[in-house]
Write a protein that binds this ligand. Structure first.
Ligand SMILES: NC(=O)c1ccc[n+]([C@@H]2O[C@H](COP(=O)([O-])OP(=O)(O)OC[C@H]3O[C@@H](n4cnc5c(N)ncnc54)[C@H](OP(=O)(O)O)[C@@H]3O)[C@@H](O)[C@H]2O)c1
Length: 225
């Protein structure tokens, strides 16, 4: 892997991430929040409905490395339904309107910590994972959820792994500090979603903080201006 920006030269995933310490920069009312996505050159965030076929093994290593730098990982219910997460070393946070989740996924059937923000009044089933539920009226208020994570759960840094609809709301609410985007040298076409779906009230300007390359795959980190 080589670093193209800044300071061009050889690097590795772990060397690059060692210097990235998001837990040192929590905001007063929320954690530092980074989003992570992988996309094709034509901007698609899925191939045949899933993100897995887009990135390389190095992209998987980057995601695994990133997870070790954050206190918690957050996803929307749509991503949980499709990607069926396994338990994580850190807390898994899920945003769900209807609590219609794949309860047979390993993140629930195996031991682990799951925190669900939901607008539903139904109860989750008994699972091997320890599940806590925080209820909001109507829809989950993400600003309030971030405040809760920071002040009630001690989350200093949060990695949000999507999907595109959660991303739109997080950007619209000004809750995202960093965007990690892997751009795979592939074209896939079709009707697949982009990394952000839905209207944004304003254009969000980003600065390129670093750019890495391996085998034609680009690993960018953008920072909100
Ligand atoms: N390329 C990538 O890096 C990447 C990353 C992540 C996901 N993906 C792909 O994206 C697709 C999923 O997309 P998506 O946009 O549907 O996923 P999503 O953003 O993870 O989930 C959307 C769902 O989250 C819940 N939700 C969102 N905001 C809410 C709020 N304010 N209050 C309550 N609930 C809220 C709703 O769940 P309910 O239905 O429970 O109401 C909504 O249907 C999958 O195909 C996945 O593979 C790709």
């Amino acid at each position: 892997m080589r670093r193209l920006l800044p300071d061009p030269g050889p690097t590795t995933v772990s060397e690059q991430l060692d210097a990235y310490r998001p837990w040192e920069e929590p905001r007063e009312e929320r954690p530092l929040v980074a989003m992570n996505f992988v996309a094709t050159l034509d901007g698609r965030a899925t191939i045949e409905g899933r993100s897995g076929p887009i990135g390389s093994d190095t992209d998987t290593a980057m995601l695994a490395g990133l997870r070790t730098r954050f206190d918690a990982v957050m996803i929307g219910a749509g991503t949980m339904r499709v990607e069926r997460y396994s338990p994580l070393a850190s807390k898994l946070v899920i945003i769900s309107g209807r609590l219609d989740l794949p309860w047979d996924a390993p993140a629930f059937t195996e031991k682990g910590e799951v925190l669900i923000f939901t607008a539903s009044e139904t109860e989750p089933p008994e699972t091997a994972a320890s599940i806590e539920v925080v209820r909001h009226e109507g829809a989950v208020n993400l600003v309030e959820a971030m405040r809760h994570l920071r002040h009630e759960r001690g989350v200093r840094a949060l990695l949000c792994e999507g999907g595109p609809h959660i991303h739109e709301q997080m950007q619209a609410d000004g809750l995202v500090d960093d965007l990690f985007l892997t751009i795979a040298p592939k074209l896939s076409g079709g009707e697949a979603p982009r990394i952000l779906e839905g209207p944004l009230p304003d254009v969000v300007d980003l600065e390129l903080a670093w750019l890495l390359e391996e085998d034609g795959e680009l690993f960018a980190r953008y920072h909100r201006s």
